[in-house]
Design a protein around this ligand. Structure first.
Ligand code: 6R9
Length: 654
């Protein structure tokens, strides 16, 4: 609770500077309030006008919002568009030679790609996909390193109306297999290897492993991008090199015009129960959310050099790399490497080199860079920066102040953006030329986003009381459903208990006297490790899938860099191991989880007991496990426990 308490006591306020305000896309609270007022008075008119202004439609829409099948909302449903056309083609008339992507490679070299070149690369690859038989509505899994070609692959899918499902390159073969099967993907796009931090990691081999049992019957082709010179085994008839696929393909490809509601992509994310959910996004509403936030939150200007450090495997990399910046015609950095290679000055060095104006990263990266080199930013010229952003988890005020003063020189507003895979784009974040910022608060909702904080019955709580964060009106970039699971979509996000009409975000929050939102944490069993969402259930299922394990419970404990670390309480089928045995098995289980899900899910701390603390009715007392994980004494009553003696065993990490 330490971080949260310090957040609660935070009372520093930073007003936008006159200079920033004067040039901002939304200027002053007058500007912000006017937009909110408009949204309040004519909600559909507000969104409809923005959609007309920002998106190029092949055929304009006549209806803004269709609520007839709530909560399966439709936006701009009879409008027809293509998001790749909106991201690239429409810029060619006046920006063909503008740099779209600055590819900052792992080794420190870089390469610029203009909008014209991006257009040709996307068209060639789109034609290549078509030549493999990929059609509108087919699913394509993209399992790629952070190279511009990952963006090319996503844009190419969008261009031909195929639905992409990007799987983060750090996920294991098990995760790839689950996602391929759930979406019944026809094609997988991967690379022989990724290059990060000077190290090569196989990707194609992981895909081979995911496909080796023959359970992924939907997959017809695997396209392999050659990132390194390393040869990889090919399966005859199935695998094809990217370069061979595009050889001879035309550099033009007529976009597939789709309805606004046509699914653009599926992105899997963790929930409290079961397997990861395939969050399904639309084309038109999603694009509008991405563009509006580029304009309002990132205050996009044509001469900006924008850099979002996320991986395209996460929603931030979708909205704020693959689509948003391109849709507004920005120049952006696409970074292949890691923040600490060759040293912890890498971000600052690249900001200096490319004269970055807008920099968007995660609190966990900031914390680790403070730890490794709080003085390093001073060695670089960061005067090009004008705006900073964070996303993924609450930022502690100490890290916020360092970011503000040392990186931003006290000159750059910080946009702390609260949103989710499901919301598609920023929901709560300061408009930097309008809203004064406070360290640790994501401040106020974007105009048109109706945020509330409610109790268990769905009633608004009094100001200053904590509660569930909800969004009370549908908005364009909201997920449309969970892939193949409408019932789970409805039950998870629009629960009957809250009346069935409120979008339940899964976070708790409270508001201060100015209405500023302070996120307190998840209300479900979802951990936030280095800004990545992990379901405790997923890790538990991975552990019990190991032949040695009888039962497992996973909780989070505070970690000064990662935010939260994974602690696993494990009961083996045999005797409780001790000494060297325990160490060996703990290591084995860590490796196992890395293999089942990916390294990011690997427990930091494993503890063995004869049993888990359970109530007499057999419920695991997670509250006690969380206390033990933190290394705190249990002071509450444990008399309802069936087996209090196990608490002592579970105190000790291996
Ligand atoms: C974009 C993204 C969503 C969860 C969300 C919340 C946490 C994200 C935050 C934040 C506090 C912020 N979260 N941004 N908490 N302040 N600015 O991260 O999507 O991976 O789906 O995670 O992350 O708990 O519910 P996703």
């Amino acid at each position: 609770m330490a971080a949260i308490e310090s957040v609660l006591k935070e009372n520093r306020v930073f007003e936008p500077s006159e200079d920033f305000k004067a040039h901002a896309n939304v200027s002053g609270m007058e500007g912000y309030n006017a937009l909110c007022e408009k949204a309040n008075q004519d909600y559909e008119g507000f969104w409809g006008e923005l959609a007309q202004e920002l998106i190029t439609w092949k055929k304009p829409f006549t209806q803004v919002l269709d609520e007839s099948r709530a909560p399966f909302y439709k936006w701009f449903a009879d409008g027809v568009l293509n998001i790749s056309y909106n991201s690239i083609d429409r810029h060619l008339a006046d920006k063909a030679n503008k740099t779209a992507i600055i590819y900052e490679k792992d080794d420190g070299s870089s390469e610029n790609i203009t909008y014209q070149q991006l257009y040709e690369r996307v068209c060639r690859f789109a034609n290549g996909l078509k030549s493999l038989g990929v059609q509108k509505g087919d699913r394509v899994v993209i399992y790629m390193p952070m190279v511009p070609d990952a963006v090319v692959a996503m844009q190419a899918c969008a261009r031909i109306g195929a639905i992409h499902s990007v799987v983060f390159g750090g996920f294991s073969s098990g995760a790839v297999k689950d996602r391929v099967q759930d979406a019944a993907a026809k094609v997988i796009v991967t690379a022989n290897e990724s290059v990060r931090g000077g190290k090569n990691t196989p990707l194609k081999a992981t895909v081979d492993e995911a496909l080796k049992d023959g359970d992924c019957t939907s997959v017809e082709k695997v396209v392999v991008f050659k990132r390194t010179a390393t040869e990889v085994p090919f399966t005859e008839g199935r695998d094809i090199w990217w370069d061979d696929l595009i050889a001879g393909q035309a550099a033009e490809c007529e976009p597939e015009w789709v309805d606004a509601e046509h699914p653009l992509f599926i992105l899997y994310t963790s929930g409290s129960t079961g397997k990861p959910k395939g969050v399904q996004h639309s084309t038109g509403g999603y694009l509008l959310g991405a563009m509006v936030s580029m304009k309002w939150v990132f205050d996009y200007k044509p001469d900006d050099v924008y850099w979002c450090t996320a991986d395209v495997g996460w929603i931030t990399g979708h909205t704020y790399i693959a689509y948003g910046p391109l849709a507004v015609g920005a120049t952006q950095v696409v970074f292949e490497g890691v923040p600490t290679y060759p040293d912890a000055g890498r971000f600052w060095q690249a900001i200096e080199k490319h004269k970055v104006t807008t920099f968007y990263t995660a609190p966990t990266a900031i914390r680790s860079l403070i730890k490794l080199g709080a003085d390093l930013p001073k060695q670089y010229d960061l005067s090009s920066l004008r705006l900073l952003g964070t996303v993924g988890e609450p930022i502690n005020p100490e890290a916020w102040m360092w970011y503000y003063e040392v990186v931003g020189g006290g000159r750059c507003p910080i946009v702390d953006t609260w949103w989710q895979t499901e919301t598609g784009s920023n929901m709560i974040a300061p408009l930097p030329g309008a809203v004064a910022i406070k360290p640790g608060s994501c401040t106020l909702p974007l105009p048109g986003i109706m945020v509330d904080i409610v109790d268990e019955s769905g009633a608004s709580v009094d100001q200053s009381n904590g509660g569930f964060l909800v969004i009370s009106r549908p908005f364009p970039s909201l997920l449309r459903t969970i892939w193949n699971d409408d019932a789970r979509f409805q039950a998870t996000y629009f629960p009957e208990e809250l009346g069935g009409k409120l979008y339940l975000a899964g976070d708790s929050a409270h508001r201060d006297e100015k209405g500023y939102v302070w996120i307190m944490g998840r209300i479900d069993d979802v951990l936030n490790v280095s800004g990545h969402r992990l379901g405790t259930m997923e890790i538990e299922s991975a552990l019990v899938a190991n032949p040695l394990v009888a039962e497992a419970a996973v909780v989070g404990k505070p970690h000064d860099v990662k935010g939260e670390a994974v602690v696993a309480f494990v009961i083996l089928k045999g005797d409780r191991p001790e000494g060297e045995d325990a160490k060996r098995i703990a290591q084995e289980l860590k490796t196992w989880v890395a293999h089942e899900i990916g390294k990011i899910a690997q427990p930091d701390d494993i503890r063995f007991g004869d049993n888990l603390p359970k109530t007499r009715s057999g419920k695991i007392m997670r509250r006690l496990l969380r206390t033990l994980a933190k290394g705190e004494e249990i002071t509450t009553d444990t008399s309802t426990l069936e087996n209090p003696q196990v608490l002592d065993q579970l105190k000790h990490s291996v």
